[in-house]
Design a protein around this ligand. Sequence first.
Ligand SMILES: [Zn+2]
Ligand SMILES: [Zn+2]
Ligand SMILES: [Zn+2]
Length: 227
Amino acid sequence: MKCPGCETDMMAAERYEGTYGRSLEIDVCHACNGLWFDGRESVLLTPGSTIRLFQSMYERAAAARATLVAAPGCPRCPERLVERSDQVKATRFSFLQCAQHGRFITFFQWLREKNLVRSLSPVELLELKSRVKFVDCGNCGAPVSLETTSMCPHCQAPLSILAPDSIAETLKEMQEKELARTSVKPELLFEAMTVSARLDRSLPTRPWAGDLIMAGLRGLFGVLTRR
Ligand SMILES: [Zn+2]
Ligand SMILES: [Zn+2]
Ligand SMILES: [Zn+2]
């Protein structure tokens, strides 16, 4: 399928387990790090499948270099997609929607939708500024100078980090919902929770800090995938 985000032919279906034993085919583009969800597919993923999809996106995120087109069309009909935004707790996220067929969302915005990533608070921003001059935008990868802005000048995404508390909470909730079906072992989960709680306190002390979200996910998935 042609990716609505970057218009390459790189979008491919990946099979994930849905609720009530359903099998879902989620369209994933590793060229632009985007996802297409037909209808309500996003909410039908089991918690464990959600984690596995996070991981699939994360592992190929560094190689995703395709840029998004200006006015994407729906992959299922001739209509243009419409930019929409929504809010989970205090975190806003945006996506492109066809009211009939589904939605396209970037990995970065999907992490915001799942409340696993949040914007830096003014205090965190000041603290980061005192130690770091540049970071990479978590959404488009462009360098962002902390001297002049708290937002990516290229794609307008707010500077964001992993949200350790809600990661711990989400993983715990996923664990409880999945019960015996989960492939994430409880002892690893506990370790992941304590590692993700440490991420906030280990902000880098270099002129260039790279992508704060990817650095956080490296730590998190490093623990989750150790068997
Ligand atoms: Zn794409
Ligand atoms: Zn459509
Ligand atoms: Zn950006």
